[in-house]
Ligand binder design. Structure first.
Ligand SMILES: Cc1cc2nc3c(=O)[nH]c(=O)nc-3n(C[C@H](O)[C@H](O)[C@H](O)COP(=O)(O)OP(=O)(O)OC[C@H]3O[C@@H](n4cnc5c(N)ncnc54)[C@H](O)[C@@H]3O)c2cc1C
Length: 534
């Protein structure tokens, strides 16, 4: 095992934050990282640690290993992690602390649920290895580095084929914004392995045997497309994608294929093209072959969907909904220009832009959040988004199985742990033209809580202290965890880190000095300019 990068800390205590050496994919304020009492723990050296063990089908990896390195290393051994996060630059540490789910989560839960052990560094500088038998293992997911620091993890993998057979189906909403059919179809597909009746009218081609003989699909996710998604007056619809290893050489040779490329369509655009072929053909499916690496990172290039309006609308333009930069972005990222400009539109570039812009401006102009909602309420939640939040971009739908044991801080670990139940993760990433992003985010936060769901905390959160306490600190659960981990004064508090107002602004507000006031007003000026440009 790698030893902890530093010896025990000496008093006075300092807040430990991590330095990963590459841009983060989270977008909450980073103000908690500034201040005299902060110790930045450099984890860059852990990016080199990747040891694949064929026998146990596991990979031991350092916290700063990126998903791209992880996938390339495991694919060289004919394996892939059971839950594979979908952005190339995401790290093992961010995925374990940050509650990551993906299209195999209907089987395996979160990324951390598919880990065998974790090597953690406590605030006093000592290290501990925990397995699923330890209570501590289950406290880490969703703690966002506020209890301890992850140094290494052992990630479980499966043997895989180099190709995935992706099968698309389209469920057109019966009423505007009502995805009940799509949600029911996903639930039916997720239940294939458990002999539950398949209620959907869809038959996969070639027809498979009875449901009991089927294995669950390895991968399953969906995009909910807003009304008018096909450029006509169509109702909203759910495009469902299921994937499994492609083993039949004849099938691989004969089916059409798709691959992510700099010059080509982004995956969600490709899904819309496939959906056009399926429109009005209830019960039909389309299959194609996708290289596994392209499949697992299929949303990586298209992450810009949240910044780019889905399509140009003259009415919206006349209503002043697009600023000049949005129009330029729309044009520059148009498919015909991708051979020239495609490399500008990477997730790293997107996160750089989002982090340079003032958080308050991003919050006003965009809604960026994911919610884990109990399956039975998922259609209602999606309907509420479509009726109350004016974004035209697709919603990402992904089923997530609850873990075996309770995880107090994660968005799926509070919900009937051990029951095998499913939650639906609903990703809402898009631009709102009316500048009321904060109001929409607050509305969705409240609805999610009312439904017994939880939000992923990787972006801006607007809970009051009381609301936050009732969700994450009921019966002082988080307070007790911080005591057990001896985290007070050594790691930021989860509320401050994920929901706190800008500490810089707060400090300036309370300070009487001219310098602080000038700095605050300068920030506000920059924010006002950026808000116009965003
Ligand atoms: C537009 C958008 C789309 C997204 N789509 C998805 C999606 O499809 N599926 C999904 O599951 N998630 C999604 N996310 C969430 C995102 O993946 C998480 O924010 C994830 O945690 C980012 O990974 P990272 O490696 O960049 O983590 P970072 O941003 O580096 O870290 C995340 C958190 O973990 C902490 N941390 C990181 N490393 C360590 C460590 N070694 N020890 C202790 N703490 C550590 C950090 O301090 C931070 O609080 C999306 C986010 C955005 C903005």
């Amino acid at each position: 095992m790698a030893s902890a990068p530093e010896g025990p800390l000496v008093e006075p205590r300092r807040l430990v934050v991590t330095e990963r050496g590459s841009p983060s994919c989270s977008i909450f304020s980073k103000d908690y990282k500034s201040g005299k009492d902060v110790l930045a723990l450099d984890l860059r050296h852990t990016a080199q640690l990747i040891e694949v063990d064929d026998g146990s089908q596991t990979v031991r990896c350092g916290a700063a290993v990126t998903m791209e390195s992880l996938v390339r290393a495991t694919l060289a051994h004919g394996m892939i992690p059971l839950v594979q996060p979908d952005f190339r630059r995401m790290t093992v540490g961010g995925s374990i602390m940050g509650t990551i789910c993906e299209s195999s989560s209907h089987q395996h839960g979160h990324f951390v649920d598919a880990c065998a052990w974790l090597l953690l560094r406590k605030g006093d500088g000592t290290s501990v290895t925990v397995t699923k038998a330890d209570e501590a293992f289950h406290e880490v997911n969703g703690s966002f580095g506020t209890l301890c620091t992850l140094l290494e993890a052992c990630v479980r993998c499966r043997r895989c084929a180099p190709w995935v057979r992706v099968t698309y189906s389209l469920l057109e909403d019966e009423a505007a914004g009502d995805p009940s059919a799509g949600v029911a179809h996903m639930a039916a597909l997720a239940g294939l392995g458990s002999c539950e009746p398949v209620e959907s009218s869809f038959q996969l081609e070639p027809p498979l045997a009875t449901p009991c003989e089927r294995r669950p699909f390895e991968y399953l996710d969906a995009l909910h497309l807003s009304a008018g998604w096909d450029g006509r007056d169509s109702l909203s619809a759910t495009a469902v994608m299921c994937g499994e290893d492609a083993l039949d050489q004849a099938e691989i040779a004969s089916l059409p294929s798709w691959e992510s490329s700099r010059d080509g369509y982004w995956f969600f655009e490709h899904v819309i093209q496939v959906a056009r072929k399926l429109r009005g053909r209830q019960g039909k499916v389309v299959s194609e072959i996708v290289p596994l690496e392209s499949y697992v990172f299929r949303y990586d290039r298209g992450a810009f969907w949240m910044a780019r309006p889905l399509r140009w609308s003259l009415r919206a333009a006349l209503q002043g909904m697009y600023s000049l930069p949005v129009l330029l972005l729309f044009l520059a990222s148009a498919p015909p220009l991708r051979p020239l400009l495609g490399d500008l539109f990477t997730p790293s570039a997107l996160y750089r832009v989002l982090r340079c812009a003032p958080v308050a401006a991003v919050n006003r102009k965009m809604v960026i959040c994911d919610f884990h909602i109990p399956l039975e309420d998922a259609a209602t939640f999606i309907r509420a988004i479509r009726h109350e939040v004016p974004i035209s971009t697709p919603l990402w739908l992904c089923l997530v199985r609850v873990p075996e044991r309770a995880q107090p801080l994660s968005p799926h670990g509070h919900y009937y742990p051990g029951s095998g139940k499913l939650l639906m993760n609903i990703g809402v990433w898009g631009r709102v033209g009316d500048g009321r992003g904060v109001a929409y985010s607050c509305l969705l936060e409240r609805k999610c809580t009312d439904m017994g769901g939880r939000k992923m905390l990787y972006s801006s959160n607007f809970y009051s202290g009381e609301e936050w306490d009732s969700i994450y600190n009921a019966d002082n659960a988080y307070t007790a965890m911080r005591k057990r981990w001896d985290a007070d004064g050594r790691f930021p508090h989860l509320f401050t880190k994920t929901c706190g107002i800008s500490s810089k602004a707060a400090a300036s507000m309370s300070s009487q000095s001219l310098g602080s006031w000038l700095s605050l007003w300068l920030d506000r000026l920059v924010e006002a300019i950026a808000a116009k440009l965003l």
